[in-house]
Design a protein around this ligand. Structure first.
Ligand SMILES: Nc1ncnc2c1ncn2[C@@H]1O[C@H](COP(=O)(O)OP(=O)(O)OP(=O)(O)O)[C@@H](O)[C@H]1O
Length: 819
């Protein structure tokens, strides 16, 4: 039995047991020093066993003896961490030597060139250690401890409880071969004898750390979470998996999960590798095949679980996922900035993070259209317009061809040219069909001027046609390489939109669309919805043939020079700054900003992870599908938070993206983010409009209810006053979530709190106050929020009350709603 009077807890008390196992987690121990949450923020929930266990003392208010025991236990763990660090250092030096030697040999072999073959020939262990050593510094200095977990295992227990039976009466004594200690960390480390010092959290041997429960202990007696700053252990938190701890095992702490949840939120999401819950672990380690769907309400850990899943996939099949690539797609740049540290903290750097406004290379935008326009652009109905524009005439291009070839006068009018264009585009993409178009035009010309049966004359005509300079000149204007973004800009012309839409749009909608493209031309910025349209057009037009265009341009100039010797008075050079060939970028010009860079073929990935999937429009699903044609998928979402208003149409596009791949789904039903008081407030509001919303159970109770107050006549003064108080109440980030109507005025408040107290975990939060629109808060969270003018948020948002629901579920600890 535990001989210590250190704080002890009942078996399996994790702070937040898996729902359904020990009931929802109405667990809220008192905040503890170093948790970052100020004592005034105190939680008032009761932990099962915390207090019900007569011997419990609690680490923060424990006796001197209790503190001694914690200190002793920390020292024990520190000794192991020190050993790991010194092993890594040794390995690092050794790996550097081997690498240097390998490179040197490579140089000799490759006569002057740096070759990596020798380095790649490191035998496996050294290669592993090499990478481990390289990653160590980053993991150790930037994140929370390389080694974060320890399992004390009794293999007799594992054998006896294979069928979930009660623990055997006799546990193996300390030091017996049945007993094993396993350390779990962000990566695996072995000693000189190849014995594991730390097991990578993703390895099968680490799985009991996440899966063991008192009813299925999987051989685990005690699970311990180590809390560290860099390489220094600063705390331990234990969970006991058997009714009573063996004599040699001390059990301390209040539960790692609660400690993690009550901490302040910084600017970046943290990994949860030390406190992954069993139901989350199932989703993380689920098969890589097919489509994995993760659903659940706000704050249920869907995003963080999906990111750990990405790290797990890289670990389990590195060859496939590192070379094939993993794409993580989120709603906004703010979101990608928020999550960008999670994967590196798990030792993974090779994942592509993109926001919906950044999916097409060279386009980067955060601007949203008005809801009505966004809806037009997101719906597949827009494809009629895009198809017609992609197949249509190039505005400003020649309307007839007049040319003298092989002694014959050719004259093709607009209708003849249209016929040829349609015929060619029926079987090929525009940008790769210039040669086919020229030949088809030659056929049409011959049909007009030649004798059908005269094969020789035809051959001569075709020969001349193929080399004819006037035909060259005509082709550059009639069939230029077309950048998909230019096609979209053609649509700033409302008449053209109406003509191409062929009744698929009302005149008002056509006008609104054209106006949105005119706005792009005026501001030099695309909207997020435009990106999917450009991608659709790019697929229709085919890749711009840059090299060919440049080469031809070069010859064009030579030939034009030549021509001038023959008395040609006027030449029409290719418009180089507008055409697809050499683009001159003048930063000040909005049009040039819109067309900067060159769009290539879409990158394809082996795995695509889509977060906030409920927000993707059908056109965005099609865009993402082009990147995942051979991919497996992880798709994360919550319908009740949707901003896309026509879910059925999006569902169809999404099904098309997934094809017939097998599906598996996981549902998360515990809210780890919001204090229960805050979440109840939000849930009550969403239920009124969305009765079938997926409502999770909030795990933490604080006793602090959201505050409602009037916005008043001077919103800036009101919000400033609220902020002044919140800045003293929470340590981390604060967001003022405002509809557009007040955004301009309130923006003066952004950055307040600069240089203020550091957020917990020692992370400074630069300018703690952000002023954000509701859509940009998707996927994010803050210590506190001020939600401004909720009615207006509902009115202005494409998703109405669902977007308000997003705004109301961003705060971890405190929320003020100003109506
Ligand atoms: N096992 C865990 N241990 C510690 N923290 C956790 C755990 N699971 C989730 N969290 C925390 O809960 C918060 C919410 O997680 P996350 O943002 O992934 O939720 P979500 O379901 O994607 O939310 P939303 O749908 O509202 O965007 C984060 O701070 C996350 O770190």
């Amino acid at each position: 039995m535990s001989t210590s009077n250190a704080p002890t807890r009942e078996p399996g008390q994790t702070g937040a047991p898996t729902p359904g196992e020990s009931g929802p987690d109405a667990v809220a121990p008192a905040p503890r020093a170093g948790d970052g949450q100020r004592p005034a923020e105190g939680t008032n929930g009761t932990a099962p066993g915390n207090g019900s266990n007569g011997s419990s003392t609690g680490a923060s208010n424990g006796t001197a003896r209790g503190r001694d025991v914690v200190t002793e236990q920390i020292a024990v763990e520190q000794a192991h961490v020190d050993r790991v660090m010194s092993e890594l250092e040794k390995a690092g030096r050794r790996a550097d030597d081997v690498q240097a030697e390998g490179l040197a040999r490579g140089r000799i072999v490759k006569s002057g060139e740096v070759g990596y073959e020798e380095a790649a020939g490191l035998f496996e262990r050294d290669a592993l250690m090499f990478h481990a050593a390289k990653r160590r510094t980053a993991l150790d200095t930037q994140y929370e401890g390389l080694v974060f977990g320890r399992l004390d295992i009794d293999h007799t227990l594992a054998k006896a409880t294979g069928a979930a039976e009660a623990a055997p009466t006799e546990l193996a004594p300390a030091g017996s071969p049945e007993r094993e200690v396993r350390y779990i960390g962000r990566l695996g480390v072995r000693d000189d004898d190849y014995e594991p010092l730390v097991i990578d959290w993703r390895a099968p041997a680490a799985s009991p750390f996440y899966r063991a429960t008192p009813t299925q202990p999987m051989g685990v007696l005690r699970r311990r979470v180590l809390r560290s700053k860099g390489a220094t252990v600063v705390g331990v938190e234990d969970d006991l998996m058997v009714p009573e701890a063996p004599d040699d095992l001390v059990v301390v702490g209040d539960g790692a999960l609660m400690a993690a949840l009550t901490r302040s939120r910084g600017e970046r999401m943290r990994d949860i590798v030390a406190t992954i819950q069993a139901h989350q672990d199932e989703a993380i380690r689920a098969s890589a095949r097919g489509v994995t769907e993760i659903t659940g309400g706000p704050g249920t850990g869907k995003t963080v679980v999906a990111l750990h899943r990405a790290a797990f996939l890289l670990y389990s099949d590195r060859r496939r996922f590192e070379s094939g690539g993993i794409l993580v797609l989120g709603p906004s740049g703010a979101y990608t900035a928020y999550i960008e540290r999670v994967l590196p903290s798990l030792g993974e750097e090779s994942v592509a993070l993109r926001a919906l406004g950044d999916v097409v290379d060279v386009m980067h935008t955060e601007r949203f259209d008005e809801p009505a326009v966004a809806r037009l652009k997101g719906s597949v109905g827009i494809r009629t317009l895009l198809g017609a524009a992609a197949r249509g005439r190039v505005p400003g291009g020649p309307e007839q061809l007049r040319v003298f070839v092989a002694g014959r006068a050719v004259r093709l009018d607009a209708r003849a040219l249209d016929r040829v264009r349609s015929q060619v585009l029926r079987s090929g993409q525009r940008n790769v069909s210039a040669n086919a178009a020229r030949s088809a035009l030659g056929e049409a010309a011959w049909a007009q001027v030649g004798d059908r049966g005269d094969r020789d004359a035809r051959a001569e005509f075709v020969d001349k046609w193929d080399d004819h300079r006037d035909v060259d000149t005509f082709m550059t204007e009639w069939w230029p390489q077309v950048d998909p973004r230019e096609v979209l800009l053609w649509l700033a012309d409302a008449d053209l939109v109406r003509r191409h839409a062929r009744g698929s749009l009302t005149p008002e909608d056509a006008g609104a669309l054209a106006a949105s493209f005119a706005l792009a031309l005026e501001t030099g910025t695309w909207s997020v919805a435009d990106v999917a349209l450009v991608d659709d057009l790019a697929a229709r037009l085919g890749p711009v043939q840059e090299e060919v265009a440049e080469e031809r341009g070069f010859y064009d100039i030579e030939e034009l020079d030549d021509l001038s010797q023959y008395g040609v008075t006027e030449v029409q050079p290719v418009r180089r700054d507008e055409g697809a060939s050499v683009r001159v970028t003048r930063n000040g010009d909005p049009r040039d900003r819109l067309l900067a860079g060159r769009i290539g073929s879409p990158d394809e990935y082996a795995h695509v992870l889509v977060d906030e999937a409920q927000d993707l429009s059908p056109m965005q699903w099609r865009m993402v599908a082009r990147r995942g044609r051979h991919a497996s998928w992880t798709v994360v979402g919550d319908a009740a938070q949707a901003s896309w208003p026509v879910p059925a149409e999006a569902a169809a596009a999404r099904e098309e993206a997934f094809g017939t791949q097998p599906r598996q789904s996981f549902h998360m039903d515990t809210n780890y983010r919001n204090a229960r008081e805050i979440f109840d407030y939000a849930a009550e509001i969403v239920r009124r409009t969305v009765p079938d919303a997926d409502i999770p159970q909030a795990v933490r109770e604080t006793g602090i209810h959201p505050v409602e107050a009037p916005l008043g006549d001077d919103p800036v003064a009101t919000v400033r006053e609220v902020l002044a108080e919140l800045l003293t109440q929470v340590d981390g980030s604060i967001a003022v979530i405002t509809p557009r109507r007040h955004a301009g005025a309130l923006s003066v408040l952004a950055g307040d709190g600069t240089g203020d107290a550091a957020a917990a975990g020692g992370e400074p939060v630069e300018g703690r106050v952000q002023v954000v629109d509701p859509m940009s808060t998707k996927g994010l969270e803050y210590d506190a929020t001020v939600v401004v003018d909720p009615d207006e948020i509902v009115r202005e948002s494409p998703g109405g009350v669902r977007v308000l629901y997003v705004a109301l579920t961003r705060a971890a600890h405190r929320m003020t709603v100003l109506s």
